[in-house]
Write a protein of this length. Structure first.
Length: 262
């Protein structure tokens, strides 16, 4: 475990060093179309995946890529770690995230989010915020974007009870496009609330798309069932692998709750 600690420490130092360097590289892209900024973000994602593999012995496997539809889309992804926030956009032409408004206030990073068309929400505004978010999401998707949503709104530890928000179904219904569910087990290897990174095979799995126009209740049930069943399978396989590699699955210590998404 001490070796894992040292590797985790080295990874985090390199991770943030790369982030700072690429943030400087990205400054000229403020004068360019948003695609230029997204390209730099993809460099960051690729560099991170390389560091995970080389430094932490974490292999990241993407399954079901052939199931990704073309054109406007709503993406519903399980959210267990920071990883999915910067890796998933690389699979879509015009990715758009819904995120908390406070992120827009971070110097440079906030301007990057504005430039790339991300949608901010004020969680304290209640129904008004939901209506405004739904309107902006609908406009972005109808303009050809792919809307990435974490239906639970927060990172959830592996094994934590699901907590899917009904507002997500409202956005799907308003956008009028199909939905791509995504399951994963990233929380086993990049846990929340710690800098530790554990070895093994992290899997992100793209599932069968759900058609547009489903009734809200049916949609919410189907998307939750699809994501949770697949995530449970991936988490169980990941835990068995961790037990072989390090003698235990550290995720058992953190299961049971969620924290605010970033």
């Amino acid at each position: 475990m001490f070796l894992i600690f040292l590797r985790s420490l080295l990874f985090n130092v390199l991770f943030y060093a790369v982030l700072v360097c690429l943030a400087i590289v990205a400054l000229p892209t403020f004068a360019l179309p948003p695609r230029a900024m997204l390209t730099v973000a993809q460099w960051w994602a690729k560099a991170t995946l390389f560091l995970m593999r080389v430094v932490c012995n974490i292999k990241v496997e993407f399954r079901g890529l052939e199931k990704i539809p073309q054109g406007p889309l709503v993406i519903a992804a399980k959210h267990q770690s920071f990883l999915e926030t910067f890796v998933l956009p690389g699979f879509f032409n015009r990715p758009i995230f819904i995120l908390k408004r406070q992120l827009m206030q971070i110097p440079v990073f906030g301007q990057f989010l504005v430039k790339t068309g991300m949608i901010a929400i004020d969680r304290k505004a209640g129904v008004k915020a939901l209506l405004d978010m739904t309107r902006r999401a609908r406009e972005a998707v109808r303009a050809g974007g792919q809307l990435v949503i974490f239906p639970e709104g927060t990172r959830r530890a592996p094994g934590a009870p699901p907590d899917y928000k009904t507002g997500f179904a409202q956005i799907y219904s308003s956008c009028g496009v199909q939905c791509l569910p995504i399951a994963l087990n990233s929380g086993l290897f990049w846990p929340r609330r710690t800098f530790m990174r554990y070895p093994g095979t992290l899997v992100v799995e793209f599932l069968d798309p759900l058609p547009a126009g489903l009734p809200k209740d049916e949609f919410l049930l189907r998307v939750q069932t699809a994501i949770e069943d697949a995530t449970g399978r991936l988490v169980e396989a990941g835990r068995r692998q961790q037990e072989q590699l390090i003698g235990a699955s550290p995720s058992h210590m953190s299961a049971g709750g969620g924290d605010r998404a970033v």
